[in-house]
Design a protein around this ligand. Structure first.
Ligand code: NAD
Length: 507
């Protein structure tokens, strides 16, 4: 007789202990390549669980902020070493919960490793400034100080990289953390936090509250004990987060949607551009914030490029990401698959030409998952909804253009501004595009995807609110500047009175 497999019941992590949600309810984490496989059950938390986590983080902050930054960095360094040792197992678990192929989940874990090492090193830098004072016998400097409790809210498409991108700079700066991971991919955050715990992070410094956005995310954003919020997700929810933070002037970083473009100029290496388009558009099944969902092509090479692209797309192998032959995995959920199918309908209705794909994949190896064919629309007009709205799935729209200026106009003619790429061998054209593309990231002769942890990452317009992840830019968000003046003259210095910007000593 077959024995039933009991799904593993995971817990929240609060004050250094694994605890159930107060309400006792659980949410299901399922494999999108095989929805019958339950990866685990995770707490469905409420405002009460969030309150306890924030309290634990507030208590831990009293001592964590005083731990010397190099010591904080050493704990991160140990965590990075554990991540390296477990990379393969972590990647496999991530593919089970998120669906993207193993090569990509290895890359996701690697991003977490890179960020953890990078921020560990920052523990010995966290540079401020010293600068000459206007006065004799006076010393002036600025130092970074932590903000307090960081409330972190993350999406499902980079289940370990994005939590690490937020947690590591927050921690090295001396903040404590409460994180609410995406309900679709909580396992990777569980692993990451367990590793930080093993590396020696004191109790309460990182806390995890699992659950849905409105029930667990919203109370975290709203909690007066949370000093800053970093959110990555849709523009729609980002707007809500921003509105909740505004009345209390809570520091708030938003990384949101995208509608990224690859521009193929008349002199481009077309084979290179086709390869870039394939991975830019269909890597992670198009579910990357940096995914290329538009391709603008110069009319002189339009026919040749679209032919090569559609030929290549038809050969893409779609399936379970754990299978080494698979090139593209499933959509994350039934809802996301339905969203993709809806946009394919919209594209057809708008008069775009369906050149490849267009259908859900069902039956056989695809029967139990949320698979969709990689889909190409050609002969699109820049104003169509499929060329303006974020689809977040394996659908790309190809738009012809007459000259470089028109290409740039099409590229900039959307409400988002995350990444853009240009394929050309003309150096003048490349430099003009780097200057004029209104995105936070520009690639030349490479697709719109990919990031290095020591460079700033983020977008303009409705993609972001001006902050950047990664690099020194992240430290600027997770710390505040404190300016220090030390007068060692033992007397009131005359120039101090003359130049006092806010009134003389008499006032
Ligand atoms: P989402 O906005 O639905 O959810 C993101 C997170 O917010 C989840 O943890 C969710 O539970 C939480 N949430 C939902 N409602 C909330 C509320 N009212 N208050 C607080 N939290 C709430 O996004 P998603 O579907 O998880 O991710 C896909 C989106 O993320 C896409 O739009 C994509 O472009 C974007 N994204 C952007 C970047 C970037 O760096 N710009 C990176 C990855 C993903």
């Amino acid at each position: 007789m077959a024995t039933a497999v009991i799904p593993r019941l995971y817990k929240n992590f609060i004050g250094g202990e694994w605890v159930e949600a107060r309400g006792g309810r659980a949410l299901e984490n399922r494999n999108p390549a095989n929805a019958e496989e339950l990866v685990g059950l995770f707490p469905e938390s409420s405002a009460e669980d969030v309150r306890r986590a924030v309290e634990a983080a507030q208590n831990a902050y009293r001592t964590w902020r005083l731990v010397p930054a190099p010591k904080r960095g050493e704990i991160l360094y140990r965590a990075a070493e554990i991540l390296v040792a477990r990379k393969e197992a972590l990647a496999r678990d991530m593919t089970r919960e998120m669906g993207k192929v193993l090569a990509e989940t290895r890359g996701d874990v690697q991003e977490a490793i890179d960020m953890t090492y990078y921020m560990a090193g920052e523990g010995r830098r966290l540079f401020g400034q010293t600068t000459p004072s206007e006065l004799a016998n006076k010393f002036a400097m600025s130092v970074r100080v932590p903000v307090g409790v960081a409330g972190l809210i993350t999406p499902w498409n980079f289940p370990m990289a994005i939590p690490a991108w937020k947690m590591m700079p927050a921690l090295v700066c001396g903040n404590t953390v409460v994180i609410k991971p995406a309900e679709d991919t909580p396992l990777s955050t569980y692993h990451l936090v367990q590793i930080l715990n093993e590396a020696g992070l004191p109790a309460g410094v990182v806390n995890v509250v699992n659950g849905y956005g409105p029930e667990a995310g919203a109370p975290l954003v709203n909690h007066p004990g949370v000093g800053l919020v970093s959110f990555t997700g849709s523009t729609e929810v980002g707007r809500l987060v921003s509105q909740v933070c505004a009345p209390s002037f809570k520091k708030c970083a938003l990384e949101m949607g995208g509608k990224n473009i690859i521009l193929v100029m008349e002199d481009a290496n077309l084979d290179l551009a086709v390869e870039g388009a394939i991975w830019g558009a269909f890597g992670t099944a198009g579910q990357r914030c940096t995914a290329a969902s538009r391709i603008g092509v110069h009319k002189k090479v339009y026919g040749e490029f679209t032919e090569k692209l559609t030929e290549r797309v038809r050969l893409l192998r779609v399936g379970d990401g754990l299978d080494p032959d698979t090139e593209m995995g499933p959509c994350i959920s039934r809802e996301q698959l339905e969203r993709v199918m809806k946009y394919v309908e919209i594209g057809r209705d708008e008069g775009a030409k369906l050149a490849a794909g267009g259908k859900r994949l069902e039956g056989g190896a695809h029967g139990k998952g949320w698979f969709h064919e990689p889909t190409v629309f050609t002969d699109c007009a820049a104003g169509m909804r499929i060329c303006q709205e974020e689809i977040f799935g394996p659908v790309v729209s190809v738009i012809p253009f007459d000259n470089g200026d028109e290409g740039l106009e099409i590229a900039n003619g959307v409400s988002y501004g995350l990444s853009a790429s240009l394929y050309t061998r003309n150096v003048n054209q490349a430099f003009r595009a780097m200057r004029d593309l209104e995105t936070g990231i520009v690639y030349v002769n490479a697709p719109t995807i990919g990031a290095e942890t020591h460079l700033p990452f983020g977008g303009t317009k409705q993609t972001g609110n001006g902050h950047r992840e990664a690099a020194i830019a992240a430290l600027d968000f997770y710390s505040e500047w404190k300016t220090l003046y030390i007068d060692y003259s033992d007397r009131l210095q005359r120039a101090q009175i003359d130049t006092a910007p806010f009134g003389s000593v008499e006032s």
